[in-house]
Design a protein around this ligand. Structure first.
Ligand code: SF4
Length: 330
């Protein structure tokens, strides 16, 4: 019987799903993804997770519940670092234990540690450790990983061309426009799981599109350029996400075609509370570009978000028409 590997649609799902899917499928398994985030998934997550956790972790719990009884394995890697000399949020490291200790009778958790901070060889070690759940042939596991990297490379190219990750995964390939002259281009900065989970952010990216705005996300920007701007900071960032967010904000503030920045942060996120402020301060030192912070949590009301968004966009349009005599503070 074909083994079923469950992948919760949360946290690093929108970044790495095509890589994981191809890898597991090449090893002969069936990949099952939890349903789209819904009120039910959110409520289940809120009930089963500790109160202090951030919204994305609560949602992840809800997605695990959604997969219970449907799969033989749950893939919840212990992500410590995904880049040289940088860490990611410690919640990722504790996630497999949080899940195991919160539920009875869950499928076997594949919790391979991924720690690329020091050694590149750790990548292959993690690949083999994961693949050996399904194959004793190391050469076949490496081959599956090479195919997975290919899929991942294509996925990244599609995102850079302006397609949202969720649309690529769900095969709705509507191309969004990248920054254009004479259009209203707004950068949306935040963790991938806050930007692309349509339920969690109340479909903010589509709302912008419907307002005639081109939303440009971190993943659509040139990663080399993000890195160059991040290097202009006085000190190297400790967090992978911090480098991406601050580097993106600086790159955008130097692009005259960009008209504003929206930073989406999750309530209860320690990383965001620091990075968001740092990004804003650095942008303000360079350019007077409108900048707004939108916080999402499980109690967020859609009407409140719509009002702030509309006011922000109206202000930018007004400012564009009537010169720079309107406050850049949203
Ligand atoms: S970075 Fe923030 S939002 Fe992401 S898991 Fe950590 S605390 Fe939660």
């Amino acid at each position: 019987m074909t083994a079923k590997v469950g992948i919760p649609r949360g946290l690093f799902f929108y970044k790495l799903y095509p890589l994981w899917k191809t890898f597991f499928e090449e090893l002969g398994t069936e990949v099952v993804v939890s349903d789209q985030t819904s009120k039910r998934i959110l409520d289940d997550g809120v009930k089963s997770c500790v109160d202090e956790a951030c919204l994305p972790v609560k949602l992840f719990f809800g997605h695990v519940i959604n997969l219970k009884g449907k799969v033989d394995y749950l893939f919840i890697p212990r992500l410590t670092s995904i880049s040289r000399n940088e860490y990611i949020c410690p919640k990722f490291g504790g996630l497999p234990d949080m899940i195991r200790n919160s539920f009875d009778n869950i499928p076997l958790v594949i919790d391979t540690e991924i720690n690329l901070r020091k050694k590149k060889e750790n990548e292959i070690k993690a690949v083999l450790e994961t693949g050996r759940y399904f194959s004793s042939d190391d050469a076949a596991i490496i081959k599956a990983y090479e195919k997975a990297l290919e899929s991942y490379g294509n996925y990244k190219k599609q995102i850079e061309s302006g397609i949202f990750p969720g649309d690529i995964i769900d095969k709705k390939l509507a191309v969004l426009k990248k920054p254009q002259e004479n259009a209203l281009n707004i950068a949306v900065i935040g963790h991938a799981y806050n930007l692309y989970d349509r339920y969690a952010n109340m479909d903010l990216l589509r709302k912008l599109k419907n307002m005639g705005v081109n939303p440009v996300t971190v993943e659509m920007l040139d990663s080399g350029e993000i890195d160059s701007y991040a290097k202009t900071l006085n000190k190297q960032m400790f967090w992978y996400f911090g480098r991406k967010a601050v580097g993106s904000a600086l790159s955008i503030s130097n692009n005259e075609n960009m008209n504003g920045i929206i930073y989406i942060m999750a309530f209860g996120c320690g990383v965001d509370s620091f990075v968001c402020d740092m990004a804003e301060r650095n942008v303000r030192n360079r350019r007077d570009i409108p900048y707004i912070v939108l916080t999402i949590d499980e109690h967020s009301g859609e009407a409140g978000l719509d009002t702030r968004l509309e006011a922000f966009i109206d202000m930018i349009r007004w400012r564009k028409k009537n010169e720079a005599d309107v406050s850049a503070y949203g």
